[in-house]
Design a protein around this ligand. Structure first.
Ligand code: AMP
Length: 447
């Protein structure tokens, strides 16, 4: 199957000449979007999901008639992700004569107002800034025919759902709805039920499945030796583009300083940094000026940098799902990558939770010189991995009584994950947890 067979125009196929074949989500979603059907897509980041909605939307826009306001809207949770989708729009639409703009908070609103006033075909936005522009009557959504909710579950986690509902309420009812979400929490499920008509469901990988091309390893180490171990690893291995995760902003800053002092080109991104500083850091990581980027989970969400060779978990995340998201930054769209976790004895429960969720054991490799005194080879006796038959990630989306979900092609039952509803307050509870963390050096406020 190639992109032409999926129904894409030559101008678009030419723009993606670097992509040899469509990814699985692209094969499944592009024809559905071109048919103007509603879509629910469960796809992890790194699967090529952005092109899965952008390519057919650009095609629709290019054959439709221009209007005063944007005809398609992409709502996405983070500024970085919005900027990335904006970049991809330019790349994919370079042979089409379409106008697009990206709006997000943390930067001046005036240039964004001017762009909106100039007329647009496609608008890409984060929820808060878009609502702000709508309430100032600077963004008119009267002409929207297609809307994408990208990373819908993360929008819920970040508390954006009320904003999203308000945005949806000011748009024409007759429109195409495209939902992209790695998991299917209750709130997202009910939003989909209320807003979409006979959506086609596609799923490409069960949630919580690490991309199989990522080689994962755990290095057991005491907390106070992690920095030295990281330096040793960076020195001895060929790690040309490395993304390091910390749980807290303070730790990200400390680590960036420590690595800079020992001669590494490292920088940090987290939510305390200004938007411009974050964009600059990201740009320098992309162009190779920095080969090490240190990030918190929220700052790194959706981050798409090509050819990240290694992801290092300096600290394991509080939730096992975040581990999957983290390591998905490497091995993007068919490539291979490495995930290294520095795990202290105090983190063994988190490691066990990750292994349970991903249903696999991660290889442990103690590093000479950094062995743990009590037991050089194991962090903690492992509990036997049980097959979870009722794991939330395997729950099916209940069929609504009043409408039937259509099926299209292979395996389109939505076996999406579903988090507990209390997880919508995850950011908050995460913060509480970190303040209670007894392991001194790891404490601090997360992003
Ligand atoms: P996404 O899942 O949308 O974040 O995409 C992850 C990465 O895959 C991006 O760097 C895209 O440029 C790349 N990509 C998207 N589609 C393809 C494809 N068909 N072949 C190769 N790479 C792709």
């Amino acid at each position: 199957m190639d992109f032409t067979e999926l129904g894409l125009r030559p101008e678009i196929v030419r723009a993606i000449a670097g992509y040899a074949t469509p990814t699985s989500i692209q094969e499944k979603a592009i024809p559905v979007v071109l048919q103007r059907r509603d879509l629910i897509a469960c796809a992890q980041t790194g699967t090529g999901k952005t092109a899965a909605f952008l390519l057919p939307i650009l095609q629709q826009l290019s054959i439709g008639r221009p209007s005063l306001g944007p005809r398609a809207l992409v709502i996405t949770p983070t500024r970085e992700l919005a900027a990335q989708i904006g970049d991809m729009t330019k790349r994919y639409g370079k042979h089409l004569n379409l106008r697009s703009a990206v709006v997000f908070g943390g930067v001046g609103i005036e240039p964004q107002k001017r762009k909106l006033a100039g007329g647009l075909d496609l608008l890409i936005a984060t929820p808060g800034r878009l609502l702000d522009l709508i309430s100032r009557k600077q963004a008119s959504l009267n002409h929207i025919r297609t809307i994408v909710l990208d990373e819908a579950d993360r929008m819920l986690d970040m508390g954006f759902l009320p904003d999203v509902r308000r945005i949806l309420s000011v748009m024409p009812k007759k429109r195409q709805n495209l939902f992209f979400s790695a998991t299917m929490p209750d709130e997202i499920e009910s939003l989909i039920r209320r807003t979409s008509r006979e959506p086609v469901m596609v799923e490409v990988a069960r949630r919580a499945t690490p991309v199989s091309s990522v080689t994962q390893v755990v290095h057991p180490v005491q907390t106070d030796r992690k920095k030295a171990l990281l330096k040793a690893i960076l020195k001895n291995r060929n790690m040309h583009r490395t993304l390091v995760f910390t749980r807290t902003k303070a730790r990200a800053n400390q680590l960036a300083k420590a690595l800079q002092t020992s001669g590494h080109d490292a920088t940090a991104i987290h939510s305390d940094k200004s938007q411009n500083a974050r964009m600059r850091a990201l740009a320098h990581f992309r162009d190779g000026k920095f080969d090490i980027l240190i990030a918190t989970d929220i700052a790194a969400r959706g981050l798409d940098v090509e050819a990240i060779s290694h992801v290092v978990n300096f600290e394991l995340p509080d939730t096992p799902e975040d581990y999957i998201h983290r390591i998905g930054r490497t091995a993007r769209a068919g490539g291979s990558g490495n995930a290294i976790s520095l795990v202290s004895p105090q983190e063994h429960k988190k490691l066990a939770a990750i292994e349970r969720l991903s249903k696999q054991s991660i290889k442990q490799e103690p590093v000479p010189g950094f062995l743990i005194a009590t037991d050089a080879s194991k962090i903690e006796p492992r509990r036997k991995l049980k097959r979870q038959t009722t794991t939330p990630s395997r729950r099916k989306l209940k069929r609504p009584k009043d409408s039937s979900f259509s099926r299209n092609g292979e395996r389109q039952t939505l076996r999406a994950g579903r988090k507990n509803s209390h997880q919508s307050k995850r950011t908050g509870s995460r913060q509480e947890r970190s303040f209670r963390d007894p392991h001194g050096p790891q404490s601090g406020s997360p992003d």
